[in-house]
Ligand binder design. Structure first.
Ligand SMILES: *[C@@H]1O[C@H](CO)[C@@H](O)[C@H](O)[C@H]1NC(C)=O
Ligand SMILES: *[C@@H]1O[C@H](CO)[C@@H](O)[C@H](O)[C@H]1NC(C)=O
Ligand SMILES: *[C@@H]1O[C@H](CO)[C@@H](O)[C@H](O)[C@H]1NC(C)=O
Ligand SMILES: [Zn+2]
Length: 363
């Protein structure tokens, strides 16, 4: 037990110093290499067949998932039912004109308070729909447990939590990664190293919506939810020389703490064989340019994680309740970790040994 005290205090204070001095953060997974298909025109039609087949499979999988209009209805039903602790607003529209609805959850929704703000963004990639379902379950769980569960109460009373269940409703309805213009939204942000996406005229409306959202609200931290792997990813996503290696940002320790908090609170993310402790530096995994995570950190001073929450991008709908159970404590702990009282009081109960990975050398 004694041995734990030093790392405990060390990372606790590192974490606090990074966050509270503020007074007041990739995404994706390697796409399958398809260049082989593109090069050969007689294989081109094969590709089309495969894509149609893929679409049909996704159609089948989509059974049991909420459609875009069902998500919209669920958001509205939520704020109707829980109007004492929530409000709804839209940050813009998708290419095809679908509103990008946000639920704000707080005891004083819409009011300015000296409290941290956290945002969750789901469905950045159209074919990764687990996040949008889990975010609605999260909102409802918080409402149902306000004044009953200490964590729900703490989050609602001390944080302004903003939830955008779907950043890419068009991609969802098209059953594909990109938006209606087939642009990968997690490659559409201005990049710190390469002059890409700097042309305002070509930036996608979904990306623009996120950018202006960050100008309006000062978020302390955030997370976007993806699928295709099981790992908590943190900045930097890109490296200056395009090499795949560990590329630490100035707040590396804080990010490792946050990612570990998610991973250790998860059912089995930290048991990963691929990623030590279930966390990874983005560039160490594979460099991404024009991603949302790095942009949030640089331009919004917002500590954003990219959470890959299921190996299977589109699991059968009957697995959603299990996936919620697997991610529930992670989501709650991550949001609650912005609150000083939580860090001081609950910390050791939840994540004993959490800081040990911080003391291990980097790969
Ligand atoms: C993709 O496949 C092509 C041809 O099959 C190959 O030349 C190329 O190196 C591959 N790229 C990556 C990133 O694996
Ligand atoms: C294209 O595919 C066909 C059929 O599989 C094959 O015979 C041909 O050699 C390929 N062409 C190239 C350029 O790879
Ligand atoms: C986590 O649990 C799920 C469900 O049992 C399993 O499919 C997955 O392989 C596990 N992952 C790890 C890293 O243990
Ligand atoms: Zn993704």
């Amino acid at each position: 037990m004694k041995k734990l005290i030093f790392p405990f205090i060390l990372c606790f204070s590192l974490y606090l110093s990074s966050f509270f001095r503020l007074t007041i953060a990739r995404g994706g997974e390697p796409s399958p290499n398809r260049s082989g298909f593109v090069e050969n025109s007689s294989v081109g039609s094969l590709r089309q067949l495969l894509e149609e087949d893929h679409f049909r499979k996704l159609e089948k999988l989509a059974r049991g998932y909420m459609s875009n209009s069902e998500v919209e209805k669920a958001i509205k039903a939520f704020v109707d039912r829980c109007s004492h602790i929530s409000r709804i607003y839209s940050i813009g529209k998708s290419v095809l004109g679908f509103p990008l609805w946000v639920m704000e959850i707080s005891d004083k929704p819409g009011e300015e308070e000296a409290e941290p703000a956290f945002k969750f963004i789901g469905n950045v990639h159209g074919d990764e729909p687990v996040g949008r379902e889990l975010l609605l379950l999260l909102a409802n769980w918080l409402c149902n447990n306000y004044m009953k569960d200490p964590l729900a109460t703490l989050i609602i009373d001390k944080v302004h939590l903003h939830i955008l269940p779907s950043m890419n409703p068009d991609g969802f309805s098209l059953r594909r990664r990109g938006n209606a213009n087939n642009i990968d939204l997690n490659r559409d942000f201005p990049d710190q190293f390469f002059p890409m996406n700097d042309d305002l005229g070509t930036r996608q409306p979904e990306t623009k919506a996120i950018i202006s959202w960050l100008r309006e609200i000062r978020f302390t931290a955030s997370a976007s939810l993806h699928g295709g792997a099981l790992v908590a990813n943190y900045p930097w996503d890109g490296t200056e020389n395009k090499q795949k290696n560990y590329y630490a940002c100035p707040d590396d320790e804080t990010f490792r703490f946050m990612a570990s908090l998610y991973s250790r609170s998860h059912y089995n993310m930290s048991l990963s064989k691929e990623f030590r402790g279930g966390i990874t530096n983005g560039a160490f995994w594979y460099p991404v340019y024009g991603g949302m995570q790095d942009w949030n950190y640089i331009h919004g001073s917002c500590f954003e994680l990219t959470l890959e929450i299921s190996d299977n991008k589109w699991p059968a709908a009957n697995e959603l309740p299990t996936l919620w159970e697997f991610n529930k404590m992670s989501m709650l702990n991550l949001v609650a970790s912005l609150v000083k009282e939580y860090m001081e009081g609950y910390f050791h109960q939840i994540v004993e040994g959490l800081c040990l990975p911080l003391l291990q050398s980097r790969e």
